[in-house]
Design a binder for this molecule. Structure first.
Ligand code: NAD
Ligand code: DAU
Length: 337
């Protein structure tokens, strides 16, 4: 079986590639990635020489390039992780979000259908459902209405609609919607790695607003197992929510990181809130549990310990990132807020 994995030089895509190569040594994995600021080839160095792995630098919006690659590889399946993924960046400049997340998804679907791909999987997010109140409100089910509140989630919701449109026309496609992931290889622009990296440098830990906002966390390996299961056993045209009932307030996550790193909570600095900041996400994952037997295996506490350990042991990986494009992003980000 040959699987094209897009966005495999990013956080979740790379973890998915490691999971698949380890679980299915007879599969061929072809990683297609544009290598934006969020993609790092060094992340994939451990698998680059594997005989059943190929990396191709390509934009999912480049139809001709994708057609060429698919005619060489004849993939059986496509898993689409490629995206602009950071909400704060979508507030600064929404255009790349609609280009990659919407038009890129449409291009991939179209080329996949024409190339006879037997299964397409779209990696989506709980953010498409919008926000819940801090207290009360039902956790998101697959039937919840879509209420995206920023350009990132709007672009992901539009992509989901296109996937469902193709599935409705008979093309075998599935969608998973997951909450916040934690684990190795996440870009330090996101909450958990940002706090680890800043705490290690004894820099302020910028918590937006009051820090009361709640996210539903899942260890990245559990997410990868869920996608694997949906790819093999999920029903075409279906959406599967993925989550581990790990609702945490941001402020509590940051305090836990201080504790794990033995850094003082006085580093915590409350800063201006994110515009349109979603208050709370919570996922009802009963469908994937009942239909496919998926259950998370890593508790949040274990996940955060493993993540902190990983960043301590891989300083060269994130130091290269924070000394590059990230510098100009931080200037734009804090200058504009
Ligand atoms: P990421 O930002 O770490 O990685 C994105 C990858 O996509 C990068 O390697 C980048 O180079 C690549 N890419 C971007 N534009 C591209 C293009 N036009 N063509 C080809 N490659 C391109 O993202 P992530 O956090 O790993 O998220 C992966 C997917 O999972 C995204 O679709 C995101 O919406 C979804 N998701 C993320 C989370 C999370 O907590 N991180 C949770 C739920 C869903
Ligand atoms: O819910 C799934 C989504 O989780 C994914 O679809 C997105 O791709 C992923 O980036 C993530 O989105 P969030 O906006 O929830 O993640 P982020 O790490 O940016 O922020 C998590 C929370 O922490 C959020 O409430 C904002 C807050 N925050 C974030 C940063 C970067 C801070 O308080 N301070 C910060 O510096």
């Amino acid at each position: 079986m040959t699987i094209v994995v897009t966005g495999g030089a990013g956080f979740i895509g790379s973890n998915f590639i490691f999971h698949m190569l380890q679980t299915y040594p007879d599969y061929r994995i072809v990683c297609l990635d544009k290598l934006t600021y969020a993609g790092n080839l060094s992340t994939l160095k451990g698998v680059m020489d594997a005989p059943n792995f190929r990396f191709v630098r390509l934009d999912i919006c480049d139809r001709e390039g994708v057609v060429r690659l698919f005619s060489e590889e004849h993939p059986d399946a496509v898993v689409n992780f490629a995206a602009e993924s950071h909400v704060d960046r979508s507030l600064l400049d929404p255009a790349p979000f609609f280009r990659t997340n919407v038009e890129g998804t449409r291009t991939l679907l179209d080329v996949s259908r024409r190339s006879g791909v037997k299964r397409y999987h779209q990696v989506s997010t709980d953010e498409v459902y919008g926000a819940l109140p801090l207290v009360g409100g039902q956790a998101f089910t697959e039937q919840s209405a879509l209420h995206p509140n920023n350009a990132y989630s709007e672009s992901k919701a539009r992509a989901d609609e296109i996937v469902l449109q193709y599935a409705g026309q008979g093309f075998p496609a599935t969608i998973s919607r997951c909450g916040n992931n934690l684990g190795p290889y996440q870009h330090p622009e996101k909450l958990i790695p940002l706090m680890i990296v800043n705490a290690l440098a004894d820099q302020p830990l910028p918590v937006y607003g009051t820090g009361e906002n709640v996210r539903d966390w899942l260890y990245v390996e559990d997410h990868c197992r869920a996608i694997d299961l949906i790819l093999h056993e999920g029903r075409s045209g279906e959406v599967y929510n993925v989550g581990g009932h790990n609702e945490m307030r941001n402020i509590d996550v940051v305090k836990l990181i201080c504790k794990e790193l033995d850094r003082p909570e006085s580093l915590i600095t409350f800063v201006a809130d994110r515009k349109g900041h979603d208050m709370r996400y919570a996922i009802d994952a009963a469908k994937i549990r009942n239909e496919l037997g998926w259950l998370p295996e890593t508790t949040f506490r274990d996940g955060i310990r493993r993540t902190v350990r990983w960043y301590l042991d891989h300083r060269e990986w994130w130091q290269e990132i924070v000394s590059g494009e990230y510098q100009s992003y931080c200037r734009r980000m804090y200058g504009d807020r």
